[in-house]
Write a new protein. Sequence first.
Length: 640
Amino acid sequence: MQVPFILAGPIVRRVTPEVFTLWLVAREALQLRLCLKTAGQLVFDQVLEAPSLERWQLGQRAWVHAIQVRPVGLATKQQTTALLNYQLLIQQEGTWVPIEQILPDLSYDGAEPQIPVAGRLGELLHGSCRKPHYPGPDALVAADQMLAERYAQGQLPPDLLMMTGDQVYLDDLCGPMLLAVHQLIDALGLPSEVFPGECVADTQELYSDPDTLYGRQRFLPRLLSDNRYSRLFMGSSRPVFSSSYCDNHLISFAEAFALYLLSWSPAPWALITLPDGEDLSLSPDKQALFNREKAALLGFINGLGQVRRLMAHLPTYMIFDDHDVTDDWNLTANWEAAAYGHPFSRRVIGNALMAYFICQGWGNDPSAFDSRFLAQLHDYCQTYSDEAQSVWIETLMLFEGWQYSLPTSPKIVVLDTRTRRWHSDTHPNRPSGLMNWEALTEMQQHLLHQEAVVLVSPAPIFGVKLVEVLQHLLALLGQALAADAENWMGHSDAVSTLLNIFRHQRTAKYFVILSGDVHYSFAYDIVIRFRRNSPKIWQITASGFKNEFPAKLLKRLGLLNRILFHRRSLLNWLTRRKRMLIEPRFVAGQPGHQLVNQTSIGRVCFNQLGAPSEIALLTSQGKQLVFEPDQDSPIGPVPA
């Protein structure tokens, strides 16, 4: 079967007055020309060459094209947001062909894309957690439908789409997706790999082994248990990777890269044939599981054309969370020692970071990656050698620049809460702080002298108190991994430093915190107790795009949380955020409904001061849910 000409993209990435960034994957190296206009005026029209165009060959028929240009005349005042029209043309047989002719479903009824240039924020979309085989609709499809309606009515698009983690689930694939990944690897000729350690020799052995489907625990490394007590209850060894769904945990770089293509574009699926469970050599239970997963996955595939169109029309920003690499990534100091100390698990993490950089990290801020950094990627693409791959993985693991900011008003600061953690020196099995002192200090420098800031933290800074208390108790019992005990309040030094930043006299007056991770959505209004000029803080959590929390459990947790930690409860003084006054918002028309458990995408509108004038969810069914402030809100109503 013929490999599609365009495999994924174009995806609009960083767009500011200084740079316009695009990403796409094709079956061959393309000659590209880019035209940019604003207000009818041409500001860029060039055939793209290095350094404006990076090409990375990641297989016989897979070329990544990373485009960043610096148009003249794009300067925008902070009081307004300019709109940019772009046209990407591809040379075919000596003729420049617009990409819309190759991908006719890429536009909204033939309209030119209107891409907002970072300036005054009026509205943004945000969310996290997109699991392809979750049996529920994809909220990104609903976002595309909303954008289609706006184009039809001549209305402005949102300023950007912020993805706050778990864009892919490398540690939790369904069986049909893993088969699709392997078919795509063959079709594109993605590189093979020799693995270090003794778990499995190379990709040929991995892909051909009968246990490669629903049996990957056998390949993942295990360590001797720490002591007699843990051996008594956990056996003589324990897995390095703690995911409870690692039956199909991805291992090779080719697998991780293929998953991104299959998650963001309908084109690769033309190369895929999915069997029924009964056609596979599986147990009856696994055959039934395969069929259920296939049914859910087919619904996901049907919406990918709309997802591709959405990401071609909105500046799209991303940051990793754990499932972009592996569950509980860097949760504790002991986890890090085990995972990075074993050559095979170190390679698995490194392969995930390779795919993250190519598909997510680069487009957030291309200027963060110097020529030496990119030279190592080019070295790998020329040889696919184990040595070149190992060198580049070490560079990725030592890199401390995954965080980034956007020159919007209010300023957007996106945090890396995964790779620069505050370890517990006395209890290495206790959860690490999500950011260490140096990282928090750097964050503070971005916040000083700002009137308003949008802070993107993949995990909520202010979460559901009862959940945090339960996680803390289980962590004290040595069950941090089982409890997924990752929250800002779980490490006393880190949370103390963070709360001191909020209390700093020169910090912003308005903080909007965007988060995901937890698989349910909520909004809180927050001020500092006993302080006359407290900053106003909004914790806004939208999760997930295509994932949900167990419904009955969340209902019980929500009810108990309202009973035990209501505004006047004395139990609030036993938590680490006792000096913060936190009031939850309720869904309009649904009194008492604080936690929303639906696949959805968050939507936030801002007033001229940088405060949120509307906090809402767009559900995957197209319904809008608005979080309204309580009458006892410490912040009170905010003007539009």
